[in-house]
Ligand binder design. Structure first.
Ligand code: BTN
Length: 158
């Protein structure tokens, strides 16, 4: 304990000092990506879990409906620019998309989410497995709102 105390003190000071100079990147709120898709992330729970709604601008189908997302992040009080991941369960197709990324604050103080995704589409037979997965990259920027990140879930999702 005697040996651990100076170490913990240094760690605390390092994290504390860092926290004062670097703006934290917060996932909660409204985001738009480079292809015009919108995403709203609700409040992140104490353990890093979060939920939200994804409204994609593009689809492999003709219909698009806002769809629920379920994710988890490393905690922002430990890391100012946390890594995260989430799954989107598309309500209008039989695909699933998973995103993984990091929440950064750029040199102008603006938050940006750098993500990569995998999308698994349904195929009817094993022989078609080879063409069932797509991969891509999306960058999200925060949409200014006056609602403080409060998520209004559509009735069918409540
Ligand atoms: C589907 O086509 O079956 C569901 C919609 C998939 C939308 C994809 S997910 C990755 C990429 N980023 C987006 O914002 N939309 C597309």
């Amino acid at each position: 304990m005697v040996q651990a105390t100076p170490f913990l003190l240094v760690l605390f000071l390092a994290l504390g000092a860092h926290g004062h100079t670097v703006k934290k990147c917060i996932l909660t709120g409204h985001w738009k990506n480079d292809i015009g898709s919108n995403m709203t992330i609700s409040e992140v729970k104490e353990n890093g879990d979060f939920t939200g709604i994804y409204n994609t601008s593009v689809s492999t189908t003709t219909k698009i409906v806002p769809s629920p997302l379920l994710g988890s992040q490393h905690l922002p009080y430990l890391w100012n620019q946390p890594t995260f991941g989430f799954t989107v369960h598309w309500n209008f197709s039989n695909s699933i998309s998973v995103f993984t990324g990091q929440c950064f604050v750029d040199n102008d103080g603006k938050e940006v989410l750098k993500t990569m995704w995998l999308m698994r589409s349904y195929v009817g037979k094993l022989e078609d497995d080879w063409k069932a997965t797509r991969i891509g990259y999306n960058v999200f920027v925060r949409q200014e709102t006056h609602e403080g990140g409060k998520v209004e879930f559509p009735e069918e999702m409540q």
